[in-house]
Ligand binder design. Structure first.
Ligand code: 13P
Length: 256
């Protein structure tokens, strides 16, 4: 079963609109001479305030899809500070990152909320990129597998298998995020297989084989080739290294 790789850049809370547009231009320029047929799916996730301008920049570029870093699940109403899926679709956003560990940790998002967001994203015809991953403490306690499995089961509750096959999962061990300490590729692949088995239990083998599961956590141009060589790693969710066009383009090349 061949799954098309995805290289996604999560820009987190970085870049003014002008900087976001510059970075987008740099990535477009960097991929323009690459063989279009062997490119991975490329996704970039700027801050909300830059989405409109970046969408404009991507108008002529079919190779790069736009993602937001979050959304709210209600269609509209008195939810100060939140952004609905209709508002995102308005800007050609096609993917939404949900359940990032930073949102779980700093903004107290729980599995129930992440599940509601996943359902709403799919109902709106967009692709959720659902993040999961363990803390260093959980890893040392030996509960990594049960923790990520539980996060995935809860995120996918009440979603039909035919919809589950459209989701993208990102396994991001929290201790590897922004630390420069990349998770060993074989170990990342092992946990990703655990996640795939969990999806198989929830939605069947055929669906599990279709779901793209990315690795995230200090992905760099120097780590991507080995990561992509693993049987179950279908791409990367990149933080820091997605903020420099040259590095992000190198990572894209590593997935070709
Ligand atoms: P870094 O690549 O900076 O470790 O961030 C990973 C991440 O959190 C992507 O969502």
């Amino acid at each position: 079963m061949s799954r098309k790789p995805i290289i996604a850049g999560n820009w987190k809370m970085h870049n003014t609109t002008k900087e976001s547009v510059e970075l987008t231009k740099g990535i477009i320029e960097g991929i323009k001479d690459l063989n279009k047929d062997s490119l991975p799916e490329i996704v970039i996730a700027p801050v909300f305030t830059s989405l409109c301008s970046v969408a404009c920049e991507l108008k002529e570029c079919k190779e790069i899809a736009l993602s937001s870093q979050n959304c709210y699940y209600e269609p509209k109403g008195a939810f100060t500070g939140e952004i609905s899926l209709d508002m995102l679709k308005d800007l050609n956003v096609t993917n939404v990152i949900i359940g990032h560990s930073e949102r779980r940790q700093y903004f107290k998002e729980d599995d129930e909320m992440i599940n509601k967001k996943a359902i709403a994203i799919l109902e709106n015809g967009l692709t959720p990129i659902i993040c999961c991953g363990e803390t260093l403490e959980q890893r040392e306690m030996g509960v990594t597998d049960s923790h990520v499995s539980s996060q995935i089961v809860k995120a996918l509750e009440n979603i039909e298998p035919s919809e589950i096959e459209k989701v993208v999962i990102a396994y991001e061990p929290i201790w590897a995020i922004g630390t420069g300490k990349t998770c060993d590729s074989q170990e990342a692949n092992r946990v990703i297989k655990v996640i795939r088995n969990t999806i198989a239990q929830v939605a069947g083998n055929a669906v599990a084989e279709k779901v793209r599961i990315l690795y995230g956590g200090s992905v760099k141009p120097s780590t991507i080739v080995e990561q992509m060589a693993q049987s179950d790693i279908d791409g990367a969710l990149v933080g820091g290294a997605s903020l420099k066009a040259e590095d992000f383009v190198e990572i894209i090349k590593g997935a070709m």
